[in-house]
Design a protein around this ligand. Structure first.
Ligand SMILES: Nc1ncnc2c1ncn2[C@@H]1O[C@H](COP(=O)(O)OP(=O)(O)OP(=O)(O)O)[C@@H](O)[C@H]1O
Length: 263
C-alpha cells in the first residue's frame, strides 16, 4: 500500500518503506510504508497483536527490521544504535511507565537529561565551569518543562505517590527534557480513567506545536482528539492511512475490529 501524502504541504520527517519484520516463523510486519510530516500528530492503531509495538520500536530504532528502510529526521535509523537515534532528536515514552519511583518529579527530570551527557568524573568532582553551566541549563530546562507539563505542584513529590495519570504525564515530561523534534508515545493513555485521559489529551495539545508526534494507542478518544492521520495495521499489514473519522468506514478495518471483539 502506498503512503498517503499530506495535503498541507508539510515535508516528511519519517519515511518508512516496505518494512517487514519476522520473529522466527511469525510475520509481525509485512510491507508497511508510511510518511509522517513535520508538525503532524500521527496515530498507529490496530487490534491486539497487529504489529503496532513492533512498528513503533522499529521507527524509534529500538528494533531492527528484517527488511525495508526507515528514515527519521534524515537519519537511517535502521542502521543506528538507539542512543544515537535519541541524540538525533527522537524522544519516546514506553508502554509501561518508566520513571524512578523513589525520586522526586524534579529529580526525574534532571536525571533524564543527565543520562544523555558525558561529563568527565574529574569535571563533576571539581564542579568545573562546563559542568556548572550545563547543570544550570538543566535546572532552567526542568523548570520550563514542569510548567509546560503542569507538574509544578508535584515538583517535590516522589513519583511513586503520584496518581497513575500524573506518572504518565511525568514520563512525557522526562522525554521533553531532551527537547525532541519528534516524540513517540507508546499507548500513553493505557490504564487511564476518563479524567486522566482528558488531561493527557490537553497535555499533548500543549506540547505538540513545533514538534512531530507519533502515537500508538487503543483509545480512539485520544486518536480522534489529537491525530490528523492514522495508520491501521491488521495482522502486520497496513490497511489504510486516513483521517481518524474515516478509517472505520474501511471494510477491512471494521471486520478486523469486529473479529477482535469476538475473540
Ligand atoms: N520478541 C518477539 N518474539 C516473537 N514474536 C513476537 C515478538 N514481539 C512480537 N511478536 C509477535 O509479533 C506480532 C505483533 O506483535 P506486536 O506486539 O507488535 O503487536 P501489537 O499490535 O503491539 O499488540 P498489542 O496491541 O497487544 O500490544 C504478534 O504475533 C506477537 O506475538
Amino acid at each position: 500500500m502506498q503512503a498517503t501524502a499530506d495535503t498541507n504541504g508539510r515535508s516528511p520527517i519519517v519515511r518508512a518503506v516496505d518494512i517487514r519484520k519476522r520473529y522466527g516463523g511469525v510475520r509481525a510486519l509485512d510491507g508497511v510504508s508510511l510518511t509522517v510530516n513535520a508538525g503532524e500528530v500521527f496515530g498507529i492503531i490496530g487490534p491486539n497483536g497487529a504489529g503496532k509495538s513492533t512498528l513503533f520500536d522499529i521507527l524509534c530504532g529500538i528494533t531492527k527490521p528484517t527488511s525495508g528502510s526507515i528514515e527519521v529526521l534524515g537519519h537511517d535509523v535502521g542502521q543506528m544504535s538507539p542512543h544515537l537515534v535519541a541524540r538525533a532528536g527522537v524522544g519516546r515514552t514506553f508502554q509501561r511507565t518508566a520513571v524512578f519511583g523513589e525520586a522526586t518529579v524534579y529529580d526525574n527530570l534532571l536525571f533524564g537529561r543527565h543520562m544523555e551527557f558525558r561529563h568527565s568524573v574529574v569535571g563533576r568532582m571539581f564542579a568545573s565551569r562546563t559542568w556548572r553551566t550545563e547543570q544550570k541549563q538543566f535546572e532552567d530546562k526542568a523548570e520550563y518543562v514542569l510548567t509546560l507539563s503542569g507538574l509544578q505542584e508535584d515538583r517535590d513529590r516522589v513519583a511513586s505517590v503520584l496518581a497513575y495519570g500524573v506518572q504518565r504525564r511525568l514520563a512525557v515530561a522526562v522525554a521533553l527534557m531532551s527537547d525532541p523534534k519528534i516524540l513517540f508515545l507508546d499507548e500513553p493513555a493505557a490504564g487511564m480513567n476518563g479524567r486522566e485521559t482528558a488531561d493527557f489529551i490537553a497535555l499533548i495539545e500543549t506540547i505538540a506545536p513545533g514538534r512531530t508526534v507519533v502515537i500508538v494507542e487503543h483509545d480512539m478518544t485520544v486518536i480522534k482528539a489529537l491525530c490528523s492521520r492514522v495508520l491501521v495495521v491488521v495482522d502486520g499489514h497496513p490497511v489504510t492511512i486516513d483521517a481518524p473519522g474515516e478509517v472505520f468506514k474501511h471494510p477491512e478495518v471494521i471486520s478486523a475490529y469486529l473479529g477482535a471483539e469476538d475473540d
